[in-house]
Design a protein around this ligand. Sequence first.
Ligand SMILES: [Zn+2]
Length: 501
Amino acid sequence: MNPCIRCTVKNITSKILSIILLSVILALSIFPERAFADPRLQTTGDHVVIVIDPGHGGSNEGANAYGPIEKNMTLITAQAMYAELSKYDNCTVYMTRNSDVDMSLSDRAQYAQNVGASFLFSIHYNASNDHKKYGSEVLIQKSTPFNNYGYQFAQLFLSAMGANGSLIRGAKTRNGSDGADYYGLLRETANRAIPAVIIEHCYLDYSSDLEKCNTIEKQQALGVLDATCVAQYFGLYSTSTGVDYRGFAATSLQSVPLGSSVVATLDEQTAPDACTVTQVHADKETGEVKLSVHGEDKDDALIYYDYSLDKGLTYSEYIPWPGNNALYNSYDEDFEFTVKLDPKKETYVVVRAHNMFDGDLASDPLKIDWENGEGKPEDTEDDRDEYVATEEPLVPETGSTSGSTSNVWGSSYLPQASTQDTHEYSTEEAVAPTETATDNTVGNSHKLKKKQKMAFYIAAFSIFTGAVITGGLIYIFMLMGKKNNRNSKTGAKVKHGKRRS
Ligand SMILES: [Zn+2]
């Protein structure tokens, strides 16, 4: 009996163990992204082949309206990058072009394939149609694992640019109409199974960004920065300079899940989900107004905000959204900023949130309340939370707002601010009693009272005349009834009546 039980128990135990083991293997094969790889995802062997691609060239100048011409800048940066990378032992470096020549995107990708590229880095400078954007971004391939490789390189490059004072616009994919990569170079290299990124260093049409790259020395320095990021990414080492990044990945590369594309890089052409602005404090003496902004975007990082003082006709420069980091879809949902305004003027403020894919959302207009802007304490976060919880009902009355739970407060302003004109028209036309007693409806309520009085008089007059006529008719019928009793002929009734009266 005993041995049999022991056998049975052993059998069951081993079966359970193998089921668990099989489940784990199955789970890992179905959900490989759950399995985090070594810090460096891309395995290359002992030696890497790096292809540097200076963007544009020849008749294709790239951005050419803002001082330095992009095709020249990319070549200068690429040559400096080439020189720097050539110092390392365990890599071979190529350039797709080394002079001012035209070259197609497929030729560049084909060149990379011919030399057995481990990775292609395409060097660019940016510009935008609205001339308001600034910052650095890396355009990457959408398909895994190249998407993940590109993201891991972009973490190094964008962090380095961020440390230099650039705004991080993110590592991003863009979908073409056919579902492939939108950018030709990324598509052509992906078709040839070559990892590639397009490095957009900064915007030539934005002064503070142009300042970072407007001399040959600065363009070369950016090439050295690029080369250093590549050396760190691949773990290069140099016996001539003593620089050794072989241990870099283990200590300094961030783990990136493999198996599916990185969510923060996915092309998302949707607007932010929320943007509201509320008034914290208005100082009539100095004209300083402190505003509180709340923004949300479930897909992307919010990276800039701008504001309008004329109900959205014109806007300020783009201002970095506090806490923004497009690499990790992170940003602060709430922040405050101060503007200086003319207390004698009626001002409506609109704030716009911009996400890393350049989608934007404008807040409802907020009318600055100078009269009730005094006496609001400049609270700490904790104080404000307490204030919200205990004194919220007072806020619409005092007209001053603050903090993260400002939606209710904001809405007390909004009917007044955003629909003032239509509000007036609708109250006059409908002659409906209104519960609003704000400044802009005082005139209307006076008119309303007059009309209501008129209506009362008309109604009273109607009832009075109606009663008189009805009474008169009843009297006449009664008289006719009496007449009929004496005389059966009805035709003489009126005459008799008239005559009698
Ligand atoms: Zn370019």
